[in-house]
Design a protein around this ligand. Structure first.
Ligand code: SF4
Length: 690
């Protein structure tokens, strides 16, 4: 039996593992001694590999290109040349007729690596001629990238994951690590065992809330008011760090004016949190030597998310809790390579290495390196703007790699309408899924385990993942497919191997310049920035309190709280919030095809509901119920839980039957364009009542 060292494909923790291979077949997995997991894996790492063997539990592997010339016909299998010729012809015709900005493409935050994301964004920019490239970071931590960039000049976690366990205080907001990142949760537990104080801000009693010293069970949708009141209390008690504020920050006076209004008594009318709890929490945060703020989707999936991220960053500036070990900001990225897809510039506003497309010097640098006369200067569409851009007649073609927006994006009916109205849809993936059914062409790719490259973990950690088995079927690596397509546009986007791609991209990104394959292999991982051959990488950012903004100072920000877009009313009296399921990943195409994980939970999906709400509606545990919003209606099973607040229900987005995105609203944060998955209003009915 062969053991192949690689990195888990499921969450941004970045656990290292061995795939066990016999006769070109993966037969098991074992933990490796990676920097994050130190010889352990969660259940997804242990049991999440046999989708590679095409189990067909949920859907079947794509093994041959498919195409239809007419949407009334079914897709049929074709050879690669026919599929790629057709894709090239249709994209050229659409570009000719409507211009390059009528075409949208995605990178992928899933099992495909950094190299594919680099090649895809290069294809969209240098070959198609548009910045319309994005990926699913938009629907998760987009606000963290945008907000932290505005405040510190860098949008990533400031400190590494292992540093969590050495913090003296953890302030955890809207982040259920036990389900989203089990091996990060382990660091939280270790911090507790070492004596750290744990403050949890969450409407749900998560596992972290269970072990916390303080649990602030705020009202859903009130984050900004609470964060403002945190600052108010710090200032009212004179707990701020005046020296830090004076030396390393800007905008304090205006910030102070805004948060002055948010006395804990006033904030309580919005958040429901007692003033004494706010004061106690901030006493712990400010008086601890090293305080680390961690957050998840409970901060970012709101219409006012970027503001809250900036508010959290401002707490660091107010107290000097940044620029040192185990102290700073931790937006813990969800999917295994969502950090990497951002790092590689699969975003509509930046090239790889977060270099702005609106900066002429950056455009000239990349145009020269990529051998094109010029590159587009207009920021492109985000994936969440696609339905609106299609409705406005601005987008005509969509090239989707490794995403399933028909399942994962809000307001599914609106998304289906957009996919139907597009003139041309290309779908490149490993499994049939809901989005594939809207495709004109399907291009089958190799999966994680069948190719190698570099992933970026949530803490800016580059790690090598490796090929363990040969793919079965007539499939190709994503970057090879894109290269073969570019050839049909008379553009050379071919590479010998992923290392050649990597060497090209690090030569264009000063922050990654020293992170060679050799160094990543030798060290096991490299955290960027890593600027020179001698540089081992960077555990924590902003040493010396020098930020990466133009002035090198941290920029304070506070603003008024805004309520979510759709508040409960007489017709739709209950709040719906979307959450995660520990045994499944993303839209479940991979984990749903693994025997060990598929058995954990069954369709239809479930609705977590409080005992009080269930009793009022006459709903029993496991009973079928109907959940309806202004956008759709689904059937699901009730899961009566003492973890949730009365007046709110929780659903995961992973189920085909009981898909909660039929219900969610596409209200977007105005800066990051991230949807408000955490708040819309619904009505609940017992199924027997219908
Ligand atoms: Fe994989 Fe994340 Fe589990 Fe680690 S914590 S084994 S990376 S799913």
């Amino acid at each position: 039996m062969e053991k192949v060292l690689t990195v888990c494909p499921y969450c941004g923790s970045g656990c290292q593992m061995y795939l066990l291979v016999e006769n070109n077949k993966v037969v098991g997995a074992e933990p490796a001694n990676g920097a994050i997991n130190e010889g352990e894996l969660c259940l997804k790492g242990h049991y999440g590999w046999d989708f590679l063997n095409d189990t067909k539990i949920l859907s079947k592997r794509l093994t041959k290109p498919m195409l239809r010339y007419n949407r009334d016909e079914p897709l049929h299998e074709v050879e690669w040349d026919e599929a790629l010729d057709y894709v090239a012809d249709r994209l050229k015709a659409i570009k000719e007729k409507y211009g390059p900005d009528a075409i949208m493409g995605t990178g992928s935050a899933r099992g495909t690596g950094n190299e594919t994301n680099y090649v895809m964004q290069k294809f969209m920019r240098a070959v198609i001629g548009t910045n319309n490239v994005d990926h699913c970071a938009r629907v998760c931590h987009g606000p963290s990238v945008a907000g932290l960039s505005l405040i510190f000049g860098s949008g990533a976690m400031s400190n590494s994951i292992p540093e969590i366990e050495n913090a003296d205080c953890l302030l955890i907001l809207g982040y259920n690590a036990a389900e989203a990142h089990p091996l990060v949760a382990k660091r939280i537990i270790r911090a507790k065992q070492k004596g750290a104080k744990i403050i949890v801000v969450d409407p749900r009693r998560t596992e972290a809330a269970r072990i916390s010293d303080l649990w602030l069970q705020l009202n859903n949708g009130s984050n900004m008011a609470l964060v403002n009141s945190f600052a108010n209390v710090i200032l009212a008690n004179n707990w701020q760090n005046d020296k830090f504020i004076g030396s390393f920050t800007e905008g304090f006076d205006e910030y102070r004016k805004t948060v002055e209004r948010y006395t804990p008594e006033y904030a309580q009318t919005i958040t429901g949190i007692a003033p004494s709890l706010v004061e106690e929490a901030m006493k712990l945060y400010t008086h601890s030597k090293n305080s680390f703020i961690l957050w998840g989707m409970g901060v970012t999936q709101f219409g006012q998310a970027v503001d809250v991220v900036r508010g959290l960053g401002s707490l660091c500036l107010l107290t000097g809790q940044i620029g040192k070990p185990s102290s700073g900001v931790g937006p813990v990225r969800g999917q295994n390579n969502v950090q990497g897809a951002c790092d590689m510039g699969a975003l509509p506003n930046v090239y790889p290495g977060y270099q702005a497309v609106t900066d002429a010097a950056n455009r000239n640098k990349f145009a020269k390196a990529w051998g094109v006369e010029k590159l587009p200067d207009k920021v492109g569409f985000t994936i969440t703007e696609v339905p609106h851009a299609v409705a406005a007649g601005k987008l005509k073609a969509f090239y989707i790699i490794g995403e399933d927006p028909a399942q994962s994006d809000p307001d599914s009916a609106g998304l289906r309408k957009a996919l139907t109205e597009l003139e041309f849809v290309v779908f490149q993936d490993i499994f049939m899924n809901k989005t594939a059914h809207f495709a004109d062409v399907i291009l089958p790719a190799t999966a994680w385990g069948e190719h190698g490259g570099v992933f970026s973990g949530a803490d800016r950690r580059f790690q090598r993942f490796r090929k363990a088995v040969d793919a079965k079927g007539d499939v190709k690596d994503d970057w090879i497919i894109i290269g073969e397509l570019a050839k049909r546009f008379d553009y050379d986007l071919t590479y010998k191997d992923t290392e050649e791609i990597w060497n090209e991209l690090i030569s264009l990104c000063p922050s990654y310049a020293g992170a060679t394959y050799e160094k990543i292999e030798r060290q096991g991982s490299v955290l960027w920035p890593c600027r020179t051959p001698e540089d081992p990488g960077t555990d924590y950012l902003f040493k010396g309190n020098i930020f990466q903004t133009p002035s090198k100072k941290g920029i304070f920000f506070a603003t008024e709280w805004r309520s979510p877009a759709e508040m409960p009313d007489e017709d739709y009296p209950t709040v719906l919030c979307t959450v995660r399921e520990v045994g499944h990943y993303s839209s479940r195409t991979m984990t749903g095809n693994c025997w060990g994980l598929a058995k954990l939970a069954d369709e239809p999906g479930y609705v977590q509901i409080s005992e009080e709400d269930a009793a009022r509606l006459g709903i029993e545990d496991e009973q079928l119920m109907r959940v309806t919003s202004r956008r759709g209606s689904v059937m699901a099973r009730a899961k009566i839980s003492d973890r949730v607040k009365t007046g709110a229900v929780y659903m995961t987005y992973q189920w085909w039957i009981g898909a909660c995105n039929e219900l969610t609203i596409d209200n977007l944060d105005p800066i990051s364009k991230t949807p408000e998955y955490k708040y819309c209003s619904v009505k609940l009915e017992s199924i027997q009542d219908q």
